[in-house]
Design a protein around this ligand. Structure first.
Ligand SMILES: [Zn+2]
Length: 225
């Protein structure tokens, strides 16, 4: 196995089987750059490839920090609707981008069966878009998932109370503005960036404000053309 990877035994909270998950040693992760939608590029191994944990026995999948965080009721629904269809697939060991994409799409399936909040779906769709970006030749698929993420961030803004898990209102506003920009909806993007920049509350986050101002300029230039 890759020198930056190691495995850990855990118990699947749905089927209770022991499974082995692959983790990345933190010293292996060296940041190269961050995109304006917070996608992180790494010089070495990318921990995002290993963030989607999948149980090979029942098909349950979730992000690593949330894997154990599931109710009995959700477990029952997954046992009824997911387990009978699961054909068995292991994601242990080193992963390609395509393995990571497949694992994240399995999270979407588990999430939809469980009926999770829009903020959770937004997070997963955003990561799938980033994985397509890393592939470098799948802009259409990337855009498709940028648009899904945008839809779910917009739903989050309308229906959830902040902070929605770790997502605060300013970051959610920023994501709606930025993803509208990436999707080519420049007028919508300007509207949301203006809302963020005009907010007194958002000034408490100077880093986000600075990025928002830079992006706001870029969208306005696009609109002029
Ligand atoms: Zn399981």
């Amino acid at each position: 196995m890759n020198e930056f990877l190691y495995s850990k035994e855990i118990e699947c909270p749905v089927c209770l089987h022991k499974i082995s998950v692959t983790k990345v040693k933190s010293r292996g992760c060296k940041v190269q750059k961050r995109d304006s939608d917070f996608c992180v590029h790494y010089e070495t191994i990318n921990p995002l490839f290993y963030d989607a944990w999948v149980c090979k026995h029942c098909g349950y999948a979730a992000q690593s920090d949330k894997f154990s965080n599931i109710s009995y009721k959700e477990c029952d629904v997954l046992k009824e609707k997911l387990m009978p269809k699961w054909k068995g697939r292991s994601f242990e060991g080193e992963r390609t981008i395509d393995d990571a994409l497949e694992a994240f799409k399995l999270i979407l399936i588990s999430h939809q069966i469980r009926g999770v909040n829009a903020s959770e779906l937004a997070k997963v769709c955003m990561r799938i878009a980033w994985l397509y970006r890393f592939k470098g030749n799948e802009e259409e698929k990337e855009l498709e998932f940028v648009e899904y993420a945008l839809k779910f961030y917009s739903q989050t803004y309308e229906t959830e109370s902040f902070p929605a898990d770790k997502l605060d209102e300013n970051t959610c506003t920023y994501m709606i503005a930025e993803l509208n920009f990436r999707a080519g909806n420049y007028e919508e993007s300007v509207k949301w960036f203006s809302r963020l920049i005009g907010s007194a509350e958002a000034r408490k986050n100077p880093v986000l404000m600075e990025t928002a101002r830079d992006q706001f300029q870029l969208v306005k230039e696009k609109l002029k053309k």
